[in-house]
Design a protein around this ligand. Structure first.
Ligand code: ZN
Length: 638
């Protein structure tokens, strides 16, 4: 693309900034002097480019919502290493066909990179020597499987030709290797991992470039119309940031220019309805490219596509897809529960995270909150040792099993990122996005700022944030005001912060003239109904969707296709008098602290409204218990 050359100087500034920030997830090109004027004004740089902290710097507090899930994930990643590390590497060691080889084996190569990404993030967070050694050794083993020409896919050089099915998944596996190796390089500083990633990138460009039209071999695919290859663009941009290899950026530019689904989305602003996991990965790549080339028109279109996905395809629980696909029908709950593939949930988080990082818009932080507190946690068992493939809205969870293991290597990548999503930084402004108990030391342009957040959320809407800053620090703290609150107030050193503090979804508190600040945040967490489609509704408390779980409601019938329960419009919380008589007779509840809320609903079996106990969707359905989340409104049943 000729425009690439015009933008070279700007990209150079962006690259320098990025390399200085190695270990974080974005560059801040908006601080650089642009060599050319932005092509469109759909987006203002002044609002833009916040930085997520490194996973090394944010520690979750044991009292917080995420802590036990994060540490369950640490155990799980160790378990995966103990039981599957040979299998993960075997996918690269014996890539040839063997009799009885299952069709699913062609994507066995995706697991190593996924595991390396998640395990490296958690290892640097805990700082545990054994974990760090485990990831470094695994990365070294993975690197040894690269062919001399850079190839890291399915076929051995002397092997037979790949069949169509294998060709479709060949780059997919290398895409995941790129993800893991680049994370390992960024967080562990291991240049050998960057070199291996770099050779994979060169191999891709050499094998498939240049791309001159929509008929390019790169876009041909029996299974998914080339999506399994086009997903690589985001990682090629990430690789470019570290290597400044222009061939990579030019290749990505050609893909974006010629790939019909991307062209269609960038011209219409409408989502291309396809496999949601791959779609989010492709869109995340488009955002990364637009960010690097400062193409704000392209970025605005990607934002429009994101809006379209939220409007028509995102479940209230924050994930998308039925049977790994999107269609133009209304969203509905389905009895077989084949909704919200965990891979789609995590990739949606990464796409949304990219949009937040480049725009700083609070709506993306709020969307991350929704997905993390609902679909992501729901897909993980409470102890962290099991994962859902589909994340159903009703019945019991079917923990992952079978020859395809994509989700139980994708889910841990999402949990591994939770500490990074709580805060963000721009210059000397600090953003608080999640109300999670945690401590961190953030690098700002005014120096290091130490933060402690003690939060009672999601149990109640109260969080105390204390900051320690350098003596000459001048900056601001911006605390996100969620859309779901109706009352939100902040006290600084005991004094109410004026209501005119709001800037783009955040309450802005200036920090100057002191080295210690204490802020008390208080908000309500209202109960509300949210429409799924037509007369189908979910009950929501703040960002959390609630479910009826049979463990708390043993005499409630949640079965089959029946709609025995309907919910009144004016739903409200009631005091829980006793739920013990309804207790689940199955295994002992592993989450003694599981929250419960009482509401009255209608039940076709009774003439009077009756009380049921709700619990967060994220905790529902463990231990084989039936649960249900979507209900018709009373009086509107068809
Ligand atoms: Zn999956």
């Amino acid at each position: 693309m000729t425009s690439i050359h015009l933008k070279k100087l700007c990209i150079f500034f962006a690259l320098v900034t990025t390399l200085c920030l190695a270990g974080t997830v974005l560059f801040s090109g908006c601080n650089s002097t642009p060599a050319v004027e932005p092509r469109a004004v759909a987006f203002s740089c002044e609002d833009a480019a916040v930085t997520f902290p490194s996973p090394t710097s944010v520690k979750l507090d044991p009292d917080g919502r995420f802590h036990s899930r994060f540490h369950g994930n640490v155990n799980y990643l160790r378990y995966q290493h103990d039981y599957y590390s040979e299998d993960m590497l075997e996918a690269f060691a014996s890539r040839h066909y063997s009799p009885g080889k299952l069709l699913e084996r062609v994507w066995d190569g995706e697991y190593a990179g996924k595991w390396l990404d998640a395990a490296t993030r958690t290892a640097v967070n805990t700082g545990d020597d054994a974990q760090l050694k485990m990831v470094d050794n695994f990365a070294a083993s993975l690197r040894r499987h690269q062919q001399p020409d850079g190839y890291m896919g399915i076929k051995l050089p002397t092997d037979r030709e790949l069949n169509e099915w294998e060709v479709d998944w060949d780059l997919w596996c290398q895409w995941n290797a790129l993800i893991g190796l680049l994370t390992h390089y960024e967080l562990r500083g291991e240049h050998a991992s960057l070199e291996t990633a770099s050779r994979i990138g060169e191999w891709i460009v050499k094998t498939y470039g240049p791309i001159e039209d929509k008929k390019a071999r790169f876009f041909q695919g029996e299974v998914t119309g080339g999506l399994t290859r086009v997903v690589t663009i985001g990682q090629l941009v990430r690789l470019y940031r570290h290597t400044a290899n222009e061939d990579l950026l030019e290749f990505v530019g050609q893909v974006i220019q010629h790939y019909p689904p991307i062209r269609q989305m960038l011209s219409s602003g409408e989502p291309y309805l396809a496999h949601p996991y791959m779609l989010s990965a492709v869109l995340g790549g488009v955002v990364e490219y637009a960010r690097l080339t400062q193409d704000y028109k392209m970025l605005a279109k990607a934002e429009q596509v994101w809006d379209g996905l939220v409007k028509d395809h995102l479940f209230p629980t924050g994930s998308l897809g039925e049977r790994e696909d999107l269609d133009d029908k209304l969203l509905k709950d389905v009895p077989d529960g084949q909704l919200q593939e965990t891979c789609a949930t995590t990739e949606w988080i990464f796409f949304t995270q990219s949009l937040y990082a480049v725009t700083g818009r609070a709506k993306y932080a709020e969307a991350l909150e929704r997905t993390c507190y609902n679909a992501l946690l729901a897909a993980q068992s409470v102890d962290g040792m099991k994962w859902c493939y589909w994340t159903p809205l009703r019945y019991s969870k079917d923990w992952f099993h079978g020859p395809t293991r994509c989700c139980f290597f994708s889910g841990p990548k999402g949990i591994a990122r939770l500490p990074q999503l709580i805060y963000a930084v721009k210059d000397s402004t600090i953003y608080v996005n999640f109300f999670e108990s945690s401590t961190t030391t953030l690098n700002t342009t005014g120096g290091k700022v130490h933060i402690t957040q003690q939060s009672e959320f999601p149990e109640t809407g109260a969080s105390t944030i204390t900051l320690k800053t350098p003596s000459d620090f001048k900056g601001a703290l911006r605390i996100r005001k969620p859309h779901w609150t109706t009352e939100f107030q902040i006290k600084l050193k005991g004094k109410l912060v004026p209501r005119d503090c709001y800037v783009q979804g955040y309450c802005n508190v200036n920090l100057e003239g002191s080295t210690e600040y204490r802020l008390e945040v208080q908000f309500d967490i209202p109960l509300m109904l949210e429409q799924l489609s037509k007369d189908n509704y979910v009950i929501r408390r703040g960002p959390e969707i609630l479910s009826i779980d049979v463990r708390d409601n043993i005499d409630t019938w949640l079965g089959a296709e029946d709609d025995l329960i309907t919910i009144p419009q004016d739903i409200k919380l009631e005091e829980i008098k006793s739920y013990s008589k309804y207790q689940w007779p199955g295994p002992v509840d592993s989450s003694a602290g599981r929250r419960r809320y009482a509401v009255s609903v209608y039940d076709d079996r009774t003439s009077e409204p009756r009380t049921v106990i709700l619990t967060p969707y994220a905790d529902a359905g463990n231990e084989g218990a039936a649960f249900r989340t979507v209900f018709p409104l009373a009086g509107e049943k068809e």
